[in-house]
Design a protein around this ligand. Structure first.
Ligand code: FSA
Length: 435
């Protein structure tokens, strides 16, 4: 293990998904001196996890399948998480027959071969889809194919993060927010490289034996990650449903379409239906100066909705959300799209986490590279980070999460399809201050 149970540990960006989970797992394993630093209290307004809901559940294969399964078990059974879990099932759909439909079918066959046939169902036509997803009655889904996934659904994201925050405080985790919690630089020891703490923007110095950088989309602009993470934003909007309308959607499975987007059962208490389009994300290239780089550089710099609530959304993204409504929920066409917002994630080229010690700054642990699939893992992500700190990762996982500049897809997208556009090149994105 890198440190003892009484070591002073800082979790930078600890108000978000990977950070709060790390603080929780450290506390549960008996570490006694943990402090979360973040711009905002948990659930941090800068976190993509500070959201009405997120897709969750198992259904992938390989290591991510194992992580998904462990996460889903915890979502269903761990008292910190289970009040926020909605096991409605999920349907992954394709406008097939196409490549995506073939891929889904191959996945179905693989699950059958593993003896997990009862967890999945192949939906070969519109009628079979509507039987699992009655709210798609009247939708324009002729010819569609789908895979129903039983061990899945959605989670009330903000509420779950809040729950982690409460549990952390109950277990004695300390916090600092605002300018005293906002990262300015690392503190280094007399050798000029060992990380010995963090300096905040108000110049508070927080000494530490170990620093975990879990700042999500902000990670690559705070500390030099040598191009391993590219931060991007994604878009969502809500439709306010009446009580009766929300009742009509009660218990519906999450629907995910790899090109059109996805939506989730509306929360009973608010009747808000969240809608997302699916696309490669937008960057926002701007000057910045990450710690550890001896000059300014240009990287994709996140711009938080919480700090810039008047920013608008690109027209094309709104059009795509309207297209999702038109195809899947035609009876809601024309309804106001409210609470329009963008949230920021950071992608690695191979879509695997970056969980390792920074090679140039011993005692600085990187816990980032979310790649869009970490919220699902909120109950276990931090356990993976602590396993890494304690030297308990399997060789396979140590390899997956390792420091790896230059590895993988040189476009740095971590996803198939076109490279992301920059916000500077799309219409309709207005913001209230100069870039
Ligand atoms: O399959 C899923 O777990 C949905 S991930 C949600 C999402 O909005 C992505 O669709 C998007 O591409 C990005 O990765 C952010 O997360």
């Amino acid at each position: 293990a890198l440190v003892s149970k009484t070591a002073k540990i800082l979790v930078v960006g600890g108000g978000g998904t990977i950070g709060s989970s790390t603080a929780l797992h450290l506390a549960r394993r008996g570490y006694t001196d943990i402090r979360i630093l973040d711009v905002f209290q948990i659930p941090s307004g800068n976190s993509a996890g500070n959201d009405l809901n997120k897709v969750a559940g198992s259904g992938r294969d390989g290591v991510w399948g194992q992580i998904g399964q462990a996460s889903w078990e915890a979502w269903k059974n761990d008292p910190v998480f289970c009040p926020h879990c909605h096991p409605t099932g999920r349907i992954d759909v394709a406008s097939g027959p196409d490549r995506k439909a073939d891929e889904l079918y191959a996945k179905y066959q693989a699950m059958l071969a593993e003896g997990r046939g009862d967890e999945f169902e192949w939906l070969d036509n519109e009628e079979e889809i509507v039987r699992r997803a009655p709210h798609l009655h009247g939708a324009h889904i002729q010819g569609w194919k789908g895979l129903w996934v039983r061990e899945s659904g959605w989670v009330a994201a903000r509420d779950a993060l809040d729950s982690v925050g409460h549990e952390c405080r109950r277990l004695g985790v300390k916090t600092a927010f605002g300018s005293a919690g906002t990262f300015k630089s690392l503190l280094l020891g007399t050798d000029g490289k060992t990380c010995t703490g963090v300096k905040a923007t108000d110049d508070t110095e927080w000494p530490a034996d170990l620093v975990v950088l879990a700042a999500g989309a902000w990670s690559p602009i705070l500390v030099d990650l040598e191009g391993q993470c590219v931060s991007k934003c994604w878009v969502f909007a809500h439709i306010q449903l009446s009580t009766e309308e929300a009742q009509h959607f009660k218990g519906i499975p999450t629907m995910y379409h790899h090109e059109l987007g996805f939506f989730i059962e509306p929360q009973a208490s608010t009747g808000l239906l969240k809608l997302c389009n699916e696309f490669p994300g937008y960057t926002r290239m701007a000057k910045c100066h990450p710690f550890g780089l001896n000059r300014e550089t240009v990287l994709s710099v996140p711009r938080s909705h919480a700090q810039h609530p008047n920013d608008t959304m690109p027209d094309e993204a709104l059009d795509e959300i309207k297209r999702l409504v038109k195809i899947c929920l035609p009876h809601l066409v024309g309804r106001p799209l409210i609470n329009q917002s963008m949230c920021w994630c950071t992608d690695t080229p191979d879509a695997n986490w970056l969980l390792c010690e920074h090679p140039r700054f011993p005692k600085l642990i990187l816990a980032t590279g979310d790649s869009g699939h970490s919220f699902n893992t909120l109950p276990v992500a931090g356990g993976e980070v602590v396993d890494m700190i304690e030297g308990k990762l399997s060789e396979e996982r140590r390899q997956l999460w390792r420091w790896r500049p230059g590895y993988g897809d040189p476009k740095g997208t971590g996803r198939p399809g076109p490279a992301p556009k920059d916000l500077a090149h799309v219409l309709g994105w207005n913001h209230d201050s100069p870039r």
